[in-house]
Design a protein around this ligand. Structure first.
Ligand code: PLP
Length: 388
């Protein structure tokens, strides 16, 4: 075993199901391992590298900012943060005037849950079955998968889980203590399940009628992945609190919530040492600039249509369904997905599982059509009826 694998195995946290590749370099939608093998990267750091690996604009921005000021806590004004906030403000609904900047998805969800309690004075939260919102105790309470939660009980009280995309079940769960509803527009980790427009419009109306805060978690679906800057923009709804992370920082750790002015915490009630640090803000500014200049939302939409049509055309009896929006794609298989993910890696394509039977593709949005063709060809090969 190489020293790298050994040290990570022996001294790392041990909580990740490790893949065998040692990744050393990335460009666009490609990554290379320590043996020099090339892969088309449909993992993209779990849906982070939307602008592609080592995009020159992001690299240059980080380099430039690193030479000026790497850290600057949020109690001081700072230019990259101000520029980013101003840019984000133009991209999000006018009602969501303010942003709290943090460092990860789970932190964004924590901030949203705290804010919902603070504003509503209620502790009840309705979440969906198959949802994933993160691993810290509050976000984990909103997450559904019992396997992730059981060893850590008791979790935060007040959370109930109802079937996703079923308005009646959700409405029936509302009671006088319901302060918030938290939903993904497309459930990513839960298997790439897409919420219906009608469902979300009725949920929005319910929240308005019952004075419930609607938290939308776009940590995976945000920043052009589904063919819009945010997936809620495919519909006629707006969240009360929007959670984002992953692709926001162009690869740097970053998350945020967007919320109305009237929801703001009193000074000192919430915060983060690293939240909104100059390096991450500079990277995010550059990454968002790339998304807008290169039209990554429309690219994601068109490439998604293209590749999903090809995947749907595959005749493998192992595929139950191909679903997705933009470049957030799931192939539901009739069997366990893990061996196929390993086989795909041997064929030079890195892909993700979502649950036990869904093969998930979250490529950089700059992936080329030729690379998408190669992905389809390799998926077809590993899902041939005769393959193991
Ligand atoms: N919410 C959603 C929808 C996610 O997909 C994830 C991560 O996969 C999270 C929250 C948690 O984000 P993080 O891993 O950055 O804490």
């Amino acid at each position: 075993m190489s020293a790298i694998r050994k040290w990570e195995t022996d001294f790392g946290a041990g909580c990740y199901p490790m893949r065998e590749q040692i990744l050393v370099k990335g460009r666009g939608a490609l990554v290379w391992d320590a043996e020099g093998r090339e892969y088309i990267d449909c993992v993209a750091g779990h849906g982070v590298a939307n602008v592609g690996h080592a995009h020159p604009a992001v690299v240059e921005s980080i380099r430039d900012q690193a030479g000026k000021l790497i850290t600057c806590s949020a109690t001081f004004y700072n230019e990259p943060r101000a520029l980013l906030l101003q840019k984000l403000n133009a991209l999000t609904p006018p009602a969501l005037q303010r942003a709290f900047l943090c460092n990860s998805g789970t932190e964004a969800v924590e901030a949203a849950l705290k804010m919902a309690r603070y504003v509503s004075g209620k502790s009840g939260v309705i979440s969906a079955m198959r949802s994933f919102h993160g691993r810290t105790l509050g976000a984990l309470s909103a997450t559904h998968n019992p396997r992730y939660k059981k060893p850590f009980q008791p979790l935060v009280p007040g959370f109930v889980h109802v079937p996703f995309n079923n308005y009646e079940k959700l409405a029936a769960a509302v009671n006088a203590d319901t302060g918030a509803i938290i939903l993904e527009i497309i459930q990513g980790e839960g298997g790439v399940h897409i919420g219906d427009r009608d469902y979300f419009e009725r949920v929005r109306a319910l929240c308005d009628a019952r004075d419930i805060i609607l938290i939308i978690d776009e940590i995976q679906s945000g920043f052009c992945r589904t063919g819009k800057m945010f997936a809620f923009q495919h519909m006629e709804i707006e969240p009360d609190i929007l959670c984002v992370a992953k692709a926001m920082g162009g690869g740097m750790p970053m998350g945020a919530i967007f919320f109305p002015d009237r929801f703001r915490f009193a000074a000192g009630l919430h915060g983060s040492t690293f939240g909104g640090n100059p390096l991450a803000c500079a990277a995010a500014l550059a990454a968002i600039g790339v998304m807008l200049r290169e039209g990554l939302a429309i690219q994601a939409w068109e490439k998604g249509q293209y590749v999903m049509e090809k995947l749907r055309g595959l005749s493998s009896p192992k595929i139950r369904e191909v679903r997705g929006r933009g470049l957030m794609i799931g192939l539901e298989l009739r069997e366990r997905v893990k061996p196929h993910i390993e086989a795909l890696a041997r064929q030079g394509v890195l892909a993700l599982p979502a649950g036990t039977t869904v093969l998930r593709l979250l490529p950089p949005l700059v992936i080329t059509y030729e690379q998408l063709d190669r992905v389809v060809e390799k998926v077809a090969r590993v899902l041939e009826p005769s393959s193991p």
